[in-house]
Design a protein around this ligand. Structure first.
Ligand code: ADP
Ligand code: MG
Length: 745
């Protein structure tokens, strides 16, 4: 969007600080940001349109258009736009994705085959070859630096020849190989020219930027260099000096200069540290503000936490609560008792006993005269909760209702009536609960199960069915600490960090596809011992007919050819409720030995005699998901057997799957998953709104995250609407004004 140029009269009074940083004391209170805070869009981020209005009034010079940099006319402006660059801030924030140390380029004769390296030389000759049978173009150049000759080749890019001529001095970067002769295939390249500006491209640590079509590396490097010459030293540092000092951070000007053109790698490290801090700081700041708002705004319901229902419930439980469960229950009760609205995330490994904690919380709502509801992502899971809770609470005289879309129409109407009239105390359901015509009499607690499968809007919708109800979000996938702090940093967190004592072990085996018979033998052995189990077939998407077909085919084959003598059943997400109930019940009463299942059993299914499990194509699952699935068989006195089948050679899955085989600690597995797949993939879905960082790496920057979080929360504690920190406020708007998406209630 258009960014107006601002003359200096828009700035406040200039003050040079000791560090050589320049700060601008803004005139008065901008005040605008806080208006956004009351905007209904806040939970989805500040709308872009709001921000435009704000931008024209900003006093921050890095919001200048890049067109004000010397040499950037309309054409170059368009080119920069292709990279998403409009302002000085965008440009200086366009960080290199790697660096080349060109102060120290190895002679070609010393290059090592098999490694990514930078080389420099002169084009000796070049030519375009067309292979006869494959009709492929190969462009090849011989390059020498007098120490040796290397051949650079580009496949199917005949236009490459237009870029070079014999005698050019070039820099190439790519993987060096020795296929008879020394070569480098499809390298990145730059042509060195003899002009005065070469010092930014040569003889130093050189930044390499991501490019878009026909935007050249040298152009972007030159433009950024120019911006640094014109602006560095003049940019106001939005992080207050106290925070910089106590966290040992360099100034913004130093950081921006050295992230692009580091003097050496030490300076680069210092620069990166500062900029990573910024990324975390503003994210945590937004979370801190949201958390603060949640705490101060609406008055919630003060529940009575020592009533007879919750007391009796604990008495009738067939087991003793673990210390971790007790602690977490205390935390929840404290919140529910308080008038403040609860926003709490309940975490615990699979099998740690989250269901009783939820049940108890719901009873606290009921004994206080209100209704509670629990929303699950699938019907199977909702049904499972419904039956379990009904069983657990059968002596308590509680009215529990189930609302899922596949109920017969008449029943649905009558269930909705009981919810509206208040003749249902606890309501279990799926997305069906969100429908407009579902009205509660007096809902005071919302429990959201498997919360990462729901979007922010859905959670808000449910919350709005009550008047400031307490909210408990439950995650069955252990969330690594960094992710919890960045994605759910505005929620209070309770962790059940131990499993009930009599939990049985699960032994996990990784078996290669080629030795499939071994797996079948193991299964037969378990069935002889009277056990039941699952064969899990991965479907990426239950709605893809082709995939479902593969699962069904597999079932037919197992039933007829492999386990002809056994009772084999099939369950998948596209069966209707009656069919599903029927199959589940057959399995529960042990009229089925082996249940072939798609991932619908991933969550929540709880059948004690089902103790073995074979997971097909295990490499298609994330480790956390595998762990979740494995959790289904860790719930009885019998030892569990989990067999992971994978075509190890073809998929290269050995290392990853070994990490799963070797530990049963869900938090460790989650960390590993995060490291291997990155935050975006961690939950298996992208839409949960994990923030994207440019520099920060959530797997390695935990220390900085903690520093930034502390600083941000402290600031909000003493200055919740950031009126005393206007530069911080302005930067927060600049960063997150654009569709700031993050998981939040
Ligand atoms: P999850 O945290 O995966 O949702 P559940 O709540 O389903 O775990 O509990 C798993 C199993 O452990 C259930 O069968 C439940 O009855 C049982 N359980 C829960 N808490 C305890 C406990 N303190 N001692 C023994 N068994 C327990
Ligand atoms: Mg559960």
């Amino acid at each position: 969007f258009a960014k107006a140029h601002l003359s200096t009269e828009h700035f406040g009074a200039r003050q040079d600080t000791e560090q050589g940083e320049v700060q601008y004391e803004p005139y008065g209170n901008l005040g605008l940001w806080f208006d956004f805070a009351h905007h209904p869009e806040l939970s989805r981020g500040i709308a872009r349109g709001d921000m435009e209005g704000f931008m024209t009034r900003t006093k921050d010079m890095i919001s200048d258009s890049v067109q004000f940099i010397k040499g950037v006319g309309p054409f170059r402006y368009k080119q920069l736009n292709k990279l998403g660059i409009y302002t000085i801030a965008d440009l200086l924030g366009y960080f290199p994705f790697r660096y080349e140390d060109r102060s120290n380029i190895k002679p070609i004769s010393q290059l090592k085959a098999g490694e990514f390296q930078t080389l420099k030389g002169e084009v000796l000759k070049m030519g375009l070859i067309r292979t006869r049978h494959k009709k492929m173009y190969i462009f090849e150049m011989a390059i020498t630096d007098k120490s040796a000759v290397i051949y650079a080749t580009w496949f199917n890019q005949p236009y490459m020849r237009r870029y070079f001529k014999v005698g050019d001095n070039v820099i190439l970067y790519g993987k060096v190989e020795r296929y008879g002769k020394l070569s480098i295939v499809n390298p990145e390249f730059e042509i060195i020219e003899e002009d005065s500006l070469q010092t930014i491209h040569m003889g130093r640590i050189v930044p390499i930027y991501r490019l878009a079509a026909d935007v050249k590396q040298k152009f972007i490097r030159l433009t950024i260099n120019q911006a640094i010459e014109e602006y560095i030293g003049k940019i106001a540092d939005f992080i207050p000096p106290v925070i910089r000092e106590s966290n040992n951070l360099s100034g913004l000007n130093h950081a921006l200069k050295n992230i692009h053109f580091p003097k050496d790698f030490t300076q680069h490290g210092i620069a990166r540290r500062r900029l990573v801090f910024d990324e975390f700081f503003f994210l945590e700041l937004s979370l801190a503000i949201r958390k603060w708002k949640l705490k101060v705004e609406p008055k919630g319901i003060s529940h009575s936490t020592n009533g007879s229902l919750s007391g009796n419930f604990i008495k009738v439980l067939p087991f003793e609560l673990t210390p971790a469960q007790k602690r977490v229950i205390d935390e929840i009760c404290r919140d529910m008792k308080s008038e403040r609205v609860m926003h709490r995330l309940l975490q615990g490994d699979v099998g740690s006993g989250k269901t009783v904690v939820c049940a108890l919380s719901m009873l606290v709502a009921v004994q206080s005269g209100y209704q509670a509801c629990l929303m699950s992502p699938t019907e199977i899971l909702a049904e499972q909760h419904f039956y379990n809770l009904r069983e657990l609470m059968k002596s308590l005289n509680i009215r529990i209702a189930l609302l899922v879309s596949s109920l017969p129409a008449k029943e649905k109407i009558s269930v909705k009536n009981t919810i509206k009239e208040g003749s249902a105390d606890i309501i279990i359901g799926t997305h069906a609960l969100l429908q407009e015509n579902v009205e509660f009499k007096n809902l005071s607690l919302v429990v959201i199960d498997e919360q990462h499968k729901f979007g922010v809007e859905q959670r808000n919708l449910l919350k709005q069915k009550g008047v400031n109800p307490d909210v408990l979000v439950v995650s069955a996938t252990p969330i690594p600490r960094t992710l919890a702090l960045t994605s759910y940093g505005d929620l209070d967190i309770s962790v059940i960090d131990e499993l009930p004592a009599e939990r049985s072990n699960v032994r996990t085996y990784l078996i290669d596809e080629e030795k499939r018979e071994l797996a079948y033998d193991l299964i037969r052995e378990k069935i002889r011992q009277g056990r039941q189990g699952y064969i899990i077939y991965p479907l990426i998407d239950e709605s893809l007919t082709l995939e479902l077909k593969a699962a069904k085919k597999m079932y037919e084959k197992l039933k007829k050819e492999v386990f002809g003598d056994l009772r084999v059943g099939l369950i998948h997400g596209r069966l209707n409720k009656q069919e599903r109930d029927f199959v589940m019940n057959e399995f529960r009463v042990h009229r089925i030995d082996i249940l072939v299942s798609t991932t619908v059993i991933e969550v929540g299914i709880d059948i004690p005699n089902a103790t073995f499990m074979l997971i097909e194509h295990a490499e298609r699952f994330g480790l956390s998901q595998l762990h979740q699935i494995r959790g289904r068989i860790a719930r009885s006195r019998h030892e569990g057997t989990c067999i992971v089948l994978s075509n190890i050679k073809a998929t290269g899955s050995k290392e990853r799957l070994s990490a799963f085989v070797n530990t049963t600690d869900g938090f460790k597995i989650a960390e590993e998953d995060l490291k291997l797949r990155g935050p975006g993939e961690f939950f298996g879905i992208r839409q949960h709104g994990f923030p994207e960082f440019k520099l920060a790496d959530v797997t390695t920057d935990l220390d900085l995250l903690n520093c930034a979080r502390r600083a941000a929360f402290e600031m909000v504690k003493s200055d919740p609407n950031l009126n005393k920190n206007p530069t911080v406020k302005a930067e927060l708007v600049r960063r997150f004004g654009d569709a700031f998406k993050i998981t939040v209630l």
